[in-house]
Design a protein around this ligand. Structure first.
Ligand SMILES: Cc1cc2nc3c(=O)[nH]c(=O)nc-3n(C[C@H](O)[C@H](O)[C@H](O)COP(=O)(O)OP(=O)(O)OC[C@H]3O[C@@H](n4cnc5c(N)ncnc54)[C@H](O)[C@@H]3O)c2cc1C
Length: 408
């Protein structure tokens, strides 16, 4: 390593995905000197389903600085107006997106993340370091130090937004892989997949042998599609499933899918990555650091959606950092307020969706619910809210809700 003296910053953000980029944007134009350290060079790929829910667009609106309007003109996206949940008995539940003002979309992460990353160029107090892989983190009395493949950085605060395999987290909190809190995910891009009706629908197929989890078919621009599968890691282990083989077999042989892939051409080999699920509260902060997005296990356990919460955590983290500098407090006790705020904003949805994840362990019950949802408003509401991040807390506290859920 060809090291020079440490570079000094107020805040060091590890990772320039949605969580890191958003936290940086929210600190843009502040008086703080911010470094964003990223191991790749943009544009870079990220294995994902590429679905941007209405909640993601809502988060963009809340970031401000006209970013939602810029996204409206972003050319690499496919508008999405419907979700289709398809059970193993071909029972299908179509859900229209709730807010006609804010549509959902799909966009390849290589394009979407570059769109976010490019926003950072607007701010003179943000310096970006690409091709810097973080390899070490050490906490000192008055600062925290990050060592990368190319340099050393000192700061008062580190925001760990370096994703599911966060090095910052493993150095500061430790490694803990519990297969009940992770899903295994695979993605393969295709061209020429057939869509039964409109390309404005994303499909989740809850198939036999795939629960808890689902196979997805998401349309993309240019006649392409993101097709993949996500399944609870504990189940993959317990049943000794070879997920790649299982996925390829479903596409080739499953009656619901095979005809639609007859003329489809794979554009890459099947690629995999882990999803850290938010079905358990974790420690999100400590002395001079906060964990964001996937590093903080904020992925929706039912839908596998993590981009919106990653952005949300970026916004919460930036607010907390401003408070910390104002009060000159970076210690563990002060940072507990961040954990509190993260779970105040996200736990009610994560909890409901953890329940839905557990329900998927009982395929018959899950299929029954899916079927019933077509004519039961309460069940529809649970599913819509879980997929669109609508706060259900008030509803869930009413006994009448459960009555309608079971007997309505
Ligand atoms: C198969 C799959 C399908 C998914 N589908 C969806 C979906 O359709 N919709 C949805 O909303 N969510 C989906 N998710 C979840 C979503 O991808 C994540 O929740 C989201 O990317 C989290 O954002 P983040 O910024 O926390 O982390 P990331 O997006 O992972 O960004 C982390 C950044 O840190 C960088 N980094 C990592 N290590 C280092 C290091 N050592 N040094 C420096 N930089 C580093 C990475 O290069 C990356 O740029 C899916 C995930 C998977 C695996």
């Amino acid at each position: 390593m060809n090291q020079v003296n440490s570079k000094n910053f107020d805040v060091i953000i590890a990772g320039a995905g949605p969580a890191g980029a958003t936290a940086a944007m929210q600190l843009g134009n502040s008086k703080l000197k911010v470094a964003v350290i990223e191991k790749e060079a943009f544009p870079r790929d990220k294995i994902c389903g590429d679905a941007l829910s209405a909640d993601v667009l809502n988060q963009l609106k809340l970031i401000g600085s006209g970013i939602l309007n810029e996204f409206k003109n972003f050319e690499h996206k496919q508008k999405i107006k419907n979700l289709s949940l398809i059970g193993s008995k071909e029972n299908e539940l179509k859900i229209e997106l709730l807010d006609p003002e804010i549509e959902g979309a799909t966009a390849k992460r290589i394009d979407f993340d570059t769109f976010l990353f490019n926003q950072l160029k607007k701010y003179s107090n943000i310096e970006v370091f690409e091709n810097h892989k973080i390899i070490e983190v050490t906490t000192h009395e008055n600062y925290i130090e990050i060592t990368t493949s190319q340099n050393r950085f000192k700061g008062a605060f580190v925001l760990a937004a370096d994703g599911a395999n966060s090095v910052v987290k493993s150095k500061l909190v430790g490694k803990n892989f519990n297969p009940n809190n992770f899903s295994a995910g695979l993605r393969q891009y295709f061209e020429n997949v057939e869509f039964p009706t409109t390309k404005e629908t994303i499909e989740l197929h809850f198939l036999k042998g795939t629960l808890p989890g689902y196979l997805w078919v998401f349309p993309l621009p240019n006649n392409q599609a993101n097709v993949g599968i996500g399944m609870l890691s504990a189940q993959v282990r317990r049943k000794k499933i070879n997920l790649k083989n299982h996925f390829s077999r479903l596409i080739k042989e499953h009656p619901q899918l095979k005809n639609r892939f007859k003329n489809a051409k794979p554009l890459e080999s099947v690629k995999g990555f882990n999803l850290p699920l938010g079905n358990k509260k974790v420690k999100c902060s400590g002395n001079r650091f906060l964990l964001l997005g996937d590093a903080a296990h904020l992925i929706d356990p039912f839908s596998g959606e993590g981009i919106a919460n990653a952005i949300r955590s970026g916004r919460v983290a930036a607010d907390h950092v401003l408070q910390a500098f104002y009060k000159n407090r970076f210690d563990t006790d002060f940072n507990k307020a961040y954990d509190k705020e993260i779970y105040r904003r996200m736990w009610s949805e994560l909890r409901v969706n953890s329940f839905l994840l557990r329900l998927m362990n009982y395929p018959r019950v899950f299929n029954f619910l899916l079927k019933k949802a077509s004519n039961n408003d309460s069940i529809r509401m649970v599913l819509i809210s879980s997929l669109q991040n609508v706060n259900m807390d008030k509803q869930l506290r009413k006994p009448s809700f459960y009555w309608k859920l079971l007997f309505g």
